[in-house]
Write a protein that binds this ligand. Structure first.
Ligand code: HEC
Length: 263
């Protein structure tokens, strides 16, 4: 769904939309902040604030956030395509950071009081875990302090989501762009949906970091949709400011055209 939303609806390339046929299940949240890799296929790096922000931005771009990147007028200094990611986009960076901070405080659920626990089986259970599960599920320190190594391998469960990520999608307005500011390979057309999602996420996060480093008078106001009180799609003199749009309007893909918000 995330890939269809970003590569298909947001980039306005319906041919990128594919049958969402990978099995999904609501994931456990309590260890999300402690894994060195997240997302079902384990493709997202984790463990630093900026990486967690990438995961969370990817998630909101894939559901209800607006995301309408536009090609910049001038190419980047190295000739790569310059893309503006934030104008007309709506990730709420402050809110996402709050969610992430809250997730860190979660622990796994406690065995309910009063439920019988067979303490006599504890030692043999520990032994079975060590023999048959610890190889992959033990808490081993990863490179980033505070995170555990997550094995990412095909263990014979359903690899469909991983396979779907390798599918090629047309890159539209993102074609030829690097992750700003000028890191990573240029996005080809077509490229893997995985690279496109990474480009969208990294571009959005880095542009936000860059914008925040500027004095407020110089900011583009692109995060405006996220900061609900400021205008979106600035520049036409016809900007609308949105105040907490109803959830129904957020469920419908919206589009910035001619610098005004429609849909
Ligand atoms: C060779 C590595 C390996 C071993 C050994 C292993 N697992 Fe796993 N396990 C994985 C991987 C990789 C996943 C994630 C893939 C998936 O969910 O399909 C996983 C998923 C799981 C999940 C599901 C977690 C979720 O979020 O759905 C449970 C529960 C689990 N393992 C328990 C065990 C237990 C209990 C043992 C020992 C009896 C064990 N595993 C042995 C690699 C392993």
């Amino acid at each position: 769904m995330i890939f269809n939303r970003v590569a298909g609806l947001d980039l306005d390339l319906p041919a990128n939309i594919r049958l969402a046929d990978a099995p999904v299940r609501y994931p456990f949240l309590w260890d999300a902040a402690r894994q060195d890799k997240t997302q079902w296929p384990g493709f997202a790096q984790n463990g630093l604030d900026v990486l967690a922000m990438g995961r969370n931005v990817g998630e909101v771009l894939g559901v209800f956030a607006w995301f309408h990147p536009t090609g910049g007028i001038l190419p980047a200094p190295d000739g790569a395509r310059h893309v503006e990611y934030l104008r007309g986009s709506s990730p709420d960076f402050v809110g996402l950071q709050k969610l992430e901070t809250t997730i860190r405080t979660l622990g796994s659920p406690k065995w309910p009081e009063g439920w019988p626990v067979r303490r006599d089986l504890q030692a043999s259970g520990q032994q079975i875990f060590n023999q048959r599960c610890a190889e992959c599920h033990a808490e081993r320190d990863a490179v980033i302090p505070g995170t555990w190594q997550t094995p990412v391998r095909n263990i014979g469960t359903d690899p469909k989501e991983w396979n779907n990520l390798q599918a090629m999608s047309a890159s539209g307005v993102l074609t030829g762009s690097r992750q700003p500011p000028f890191i990573g390979d240029r996005l080809k057309d077509p490229d893997t949906t995985k690279n496109m999602l990474a480009n969208a996420v990294v571009g959005t996060v880095l542009e936000d970091l860059w914008e925040n480093a500027l004095p407020s008078s110089k900011r583009k106001g692109g995060m405006a949709c996220g900061r609900r009180s400021t205008p979106i799609c600035t520049g036409s003199g016809r900007e609308k400011s949105i105040s907490n749009p109803p959830i129904s309007s957020r469920l419908t893909p919206t589009r910035c055209s001619n610098n005004s918000m429609t849909g």
